[in-house]
Design a protein. Structure first.
Length: 168
C-alpha cells in the first residue's frame, strides 16, 4: 500500500473501467452504466482530485496497481458525520484478482488510518440497487447500514445509495 499521486490517475481509471466491464458482463449496468470511466471528464477530474488532495492510496502487487482507495470528506447526498471520521470515497480492485481479499485489505487500510488519527468511525456509501450484493459485501466487512438516499438523474433511472458505517 502506498500513497497515490497524479501519475496513478490512468491506472485508477483502468481499474474502474475493468470493474465496469465486469458489471456489464453480469448485466449490472445500473451502478456505473456501460461507458468507460477513462472517457468521462467528470470521473477523470474526480480521480485527479483524489490524487491531488492526498486521499488516494494504491495497492500494488508485483509493481502494478491492483486496487485503489480514496478517503476524504463525505459529499452530498451523503450527510456529513456528527463525529470525526474517515470517509471512503472510492474503493476499486482489479477484477482479475477477485476473491483474493483486496477489498478487505483496502478497507483495513482505511481503518488503520482512522485508528492512527484517533478516529473511531469509518463510513462509506455504495450502490444499493440490483440484489443488494454490494451492501452485503460491506456488511461482511463489519459495516452496518446507516441511512439510504436516492440520486435523481436526468435521462437515467434514479440511483439508490446506501451509507454504511463501522465504529469502534
Amino acid at each position: 500500500m502506498r500513497p497515490g499521486h497524479g501519475d496513478d490517475v490512468p491506472a485508477v481509471l483502468a481499474l474502474l473501467d475493468g470493474a465496469t466491464e465486469w458489471l456489464v458482463a453480469q448485466g449490472r449496468t445500473e451502478q456505473w452504466g456501460t461507458q468507460p470511466h477513462s472517457t468521462s471528464p467528470w470521473r477523470i477530474e474526480q480521480i485527479t482530485g483524489f490524487a491531488t488532495d492526498g486521499g488516494l492510496w494504491i495497492a500494488e502487487y508485483d509493481g502494478r496497481p491492483v486496487g485503489a482507495l480514496a478517503i476524504g470528506t463525505a459529499k452530498p447526498p451523503v450527510p456529513p458525520a456528527d463525529v470525526p471520521e474517515i470517509f471512503v470515497r472510492l474503493l476499486v480492485t482489479d477484477r482479475n484478482a477477485t476473491g483474493q481479499g483486496l477489498g478487505g485489505v483496502l478497507l483495513d487500510h482505511a481503518r488503520k488510518l482512522a485508528r492512527d488519527a484517533g478516529i473511531a468511525q469509518v463510513r462509506l456509501d455504495c450502490f444499493a440497487g440490483n440484489d443488494g450484493a454490494l451492501i452485503r459485501y460491506y456488511e461482511s466487512q463489519g459495516f452496518t447500514r446507516d441511512g439510504a438516499f436516492v440520486v435523481q438523474r436526468v435521462n437515467a433511472p434514479d440511483w439508490p445509495g446506501q451509507v454504511l458505517v463501522q465504529r469502534w
